[in-house]
Ligand binder design. Structure first.
Ligand SMILES: [Zn+2]
Length: 569
């Protein structure tokens, strides 16, 4: 038994996986696995399928064990339906393997599968997720699984019996058993595996293998007979083709999903593979697979925690503006890789959470920066230290971080007010802290670029700040003596307080000065009311609204000359 090191959920699973691998004693690298279907865009929600084993495999590597993270691409699955926005003539390819369907029009990739794999591969690279990718098309068409396929066909009676135990236990509403030519009515699973596939029952008996038709390349086939002695398999397809092949040499077909998955566990020696809630219910492919891998393929199932749903906040805006569910690449446009990793590292797989695409991202970054400071001064709890470490580095090395972690909300405000003008951004950043000025934009990158992307693509148009070109003369003319005096006090104090900290003291302090107190006096309830009124006045005069970016940031962004122009009564 490995030494217990229960700092966080990742450590606990690493302990279990190492212990299980040692019990199995294969002498080979420890195998953690994920599966993804490139049937369409790989959504941000599917990232947990990869991130969970990644974190566990990475912890195992950090402990000095040889560990491989296999990513099985289910690219030999059938093309199920033509998504909205794709040329309807692609319907002619329904039923073919994803690797023989042409990519959508305009794609630089040849096949449907390659087109949808590529962005995920790029996102994983940026996230520091190292996987050994396996194309199921390559595996099946090379004959790699021949022995396992022949075994499954020999044992088809036993497989049918195992599946039968669960068919009767299927949940109300679930489809208990399907004819070979029918599509199961279950909702399509987003993650690994073709959850909607039939399980291999036909009028001629049960067959766990389904050929792709040699003539039309589609899987609308029905096995009509199989001879265990000769391995001769006969099938007909929905378009009327018929053929007899020898399964001992035929490489165009695959095991049905519920048999395919446990077969791969055995073939690869998988010790850890999580699955989404849709695969973990009673009668689900994970549960049935656990029986089949033992009873047919002679191996134990992997340790396989269920992982919960990951949502997106700000989704409504996303879908209206982009017409699509966000992908990991979309998340990496607005947040740095370590922050995205951190969301997964800090929560157990069975906890659901949301990824912020809306203004919640400000708070997320504040929490991240606070944790960074606590780690710096040694006050963070061990589990938080572990999560931060898993987020910011892998066994291979550090992920890129922003040297100067200026708050994301500050960067977003600066980008907003300057409309992304680099010289102005740098001027404001220099002024934030004159004692230790930012000297180049590189110091605040890549965070600045993420904040810029967020402002440009996610910020509501009605939240964008537009600094007034000309003073609001009507408003200025109507001001009373108190307000005029406060504006005068602010303008007089600008030069001496030209930093983020200084301007913060000044804007909060002007109402105090107005009431005969000092700048650093403790605010009374009356002062607080006066501050709110003063701030609203400043927003109206500067940006023509009740609210806006934090005032000190806004003042730095607007610049002293323009402030004087807009606030002089
Ligand atoms: Zn055919």
């Amino acid at each position: 038994m490995a030494e217990r090191n229960e700092v966080d959920w990742v450590s606990r699973f690493a302990d279990e996986v190492i212990a299980e691998a040692e019990r199995r004693g294969s002498g080979k690298p420890i195998v953690c696995a994920s599966g993804l279907s490139p049937s369409g865009p790989i959504h941000l929600g599917n990232l947990r399928e990869v991130m969970t084993p990644h974190l566990v495999a990475d912890e195992i590597r950090r402990r000095g064990y040889d560990c491989v993270h296999l990513l099985s691409w289910d690219d030999y699955d059938r093309f199920r339906k033509v998504p909205a926005g794709v040329d309807p003539s692609w319907a002619e390819h329904i039923g073919k393997p994803l690797t023989t369907v042409p990519a959508p029009t305009g794609s630089p990739y040849a096949t449907w599968a390659e087109h949808f794999k590529a962005p995920m591969v790029a996102a994983m690279k940026e996230l520091g997720i190292e996987v050994h990718g396996i194309s199921q098309t390559e595996r099946y068409t090379s004959g790699a699984y021949r022995d396992q396929i022949l075994l499954a066909m020999r044992e088809r009676g036993r497989i049918d019996a195992v599946l039968g135990r669960y068919r009767t236990k299927a949940k109300p509403g679930a489809v208990a058993r399907q004819g070979a030519d029918e599509e199961a009515a279950l909702a399509a699973a987003e993650g690994s595996g073709a959850a909607t596939e039939d399980d291999g029952a036909t009028a001629a008996g049960y067959f766990p293998y389904k050929p792709y038709c040699s003539f039309c390349d589609k899987d609308t086939t029905t096995v009509t007979s199989y001879d265990d002695e000769t391995t001769e398999l006969s099938y007909v397809c929905a378009e009327g083709h018929a053929e007899t092949v020898r399964l001992s040499e035929h490489n165009r077909g695959k095991l049905v999903w519920k048999v395919d998955w446990p077969m791969r566990w055995a073939y690869e020696g998988v010790v850890f593979e999580p699955s989404g809630v849709d695969h973990s219910s009673p009668g689900s492919s994970f549960v049935v697979g656990g029986q089949l891998v033992r009873e047919v393929f002679g191996q134990d199932p992997p340790i396989g925690p269920m992982y919960a749903f990951v949502g997106i906040s700000g989704m409504a805006k996303m879908s209206s503006s982009r017409g699509a569910v966000p992908t990991p690449a979309d998340a990496l446009e607005i947040m740095e890789a370590p922050v995205l990793r951190w969301l997964y590292a800090r929560r157990r797989p069975n906890q659901s959470f949301k990824i912020a695409f809306d203004q919640e991202i400000y708070r997320l970054y504040d929490e991240w920066d606070t944790l960074g400071r606590k780690i710096g001064d040694g006050s963070a709890p061990p589990a938080d230290v572990a999560a931060f470490g898993r987020a910011s580095r892998t066994a291979t090395g550090e992920l890129p971080v922003t040297p100067r972690p200026v708050p994301y909300r500050t960067l977003a405000s600066i980008v907003d007010v300057t409309t992304g003008h680099e010289e102005q951004i740098l001027r404001i950043l220099r002024d934030l802290d004159p004692a230790d000025p930012v000297s180049a934009l590189a110091e605040v990158r890549p965070r600045l670029d993420r904040a810029q992307a967020w402002v440009e693509t996610k910020m509501d148009a009605d939240q964008r700040t537009q600094v007034r070109e000309e003073p609001d003369t009507a408003l200025l003319a109507g001001l009373g003596d108190t307000e005029r005096n406060m504006l005068r006090l602010l303008l007089e104090g600008l030069d001496a307080h030209w930093s983020l900290e200084g301007l913060t003291e000044l804007v909060y302090g002007v109402p105090k000065l107005q009431q005969g107190l000092t700048l650093d006096a403790s605010p009374t309830p009356e002062i607080k009311v006066a501050q709110r009124t003063f701030f609203a006045l400043l927003y109206h005069l500067l940006v023509g609204r009740d609210t806006g970016p934090r005032l000190p940031t806004l003042l730095l962004a607007v610049g002293a000359a323009r402030i004087r122009k807009l606030l002089s009564a």
